[in-house]
Design a protein. Structure first.
Length: 227
């Protein structure tokens, strides 16, 4: 009787992600990703990272083997990887979209525009591969939308780490100004603690008025959809 053997996940998934990028057949690869798209409060943060695969050498760059989707890494691992990415990347860019812009444009459109701006800001050289996580962007240059890209491409995963760490730092700083909401723990997402704080205190300046949970607090259209 054959017994199925379950393989353990690789402790260094970044090697697979780096191989994906190298197999694109170009020296330079730029990836973009976001953090905070589904949060109730705080900015949407996008980041782009430009990697030169001819220069990924040395101890810091070896640690890129730990790259993965930022959600699959602990806070401490993300902080360490953040510094490794900055040490190894040719260029890194960050674009933060405030809640008022998200309310005006809608989160999807705001996200696509910010991802495009972030990729443009790293100025990929001619012939570079430009990658985004999941969505085609309003970008003049040819690029590729990679479904599940933060778990497939090293450049996108690196951008995911930068976006997540940057946004978490911003929200922890915001917690000092708005201590009633617990931003230092849930960083603006719709946890039970956050919803309870909204019921008790109402929204603050960082909350996205267009989201239904916030609309319910302000008795705006869409409040009936609040659960």
């Amino acid at each position: 009787m054959a017994v199925a053997v379950r393989r353990r996940p690789s402790p260094r998934p970044g090697r697979r992600l780096l191989r994906f990028d190298r197999e694109l057949g170009t020296r330079f690869v730029a990836g973009a990703d976001e953090a905070g798209r589904g949060a109730l409060a705080g900015p949407l943060v996008t980041a782009a990272v430009l990697l030169d695969h001819d220069r990924l050498r040395g101890g810091a760059c070896a640690r890129l083997g730990l790259l993965d989707d930022s959600k699959a890494r602990s806070g401490l691992q993300r902080e360490r990887l953040y510094h490794d990415v900055l040490a190894c990347a040719v260029r890194v860019s960050v674009v933060a979209v405030p809640p008022a812009t998200i309310d005006t444009r809608g989160v999807h459109v705001a996200n696509l525009r910010a991802l495009a701006r972030a990729l443009e800001a790293v100025a990929p050289p001619e012939g570079a591969a430009l990658l985004s996580d999941g969505f085609a962007l309003p970008l003049a240059r040819p690029h590729r939308a990679v479904i599940g890209g933060d778990a497939r491409s090293a450049a996108i995963a690196a951008a995911s780490i930068v976006a997540k760490v940057t946004r978490d730092r911003l929200m922890r700083r915001a917690a000092e100004r708005y201590p009633a909401y617990g931003f230092e723990t849930h960083v603006g997402y719709a946890t039970r603690q956050h919803r309870a704080a909204l019921r008790l205190h109402g929204p603050c300046a960082l909350h996205r008025r267009s989201f239904v949970t916030i609309a319910a607090q302000l008795e705006l259209p869409g409040a009936d959809a609040w659960t």
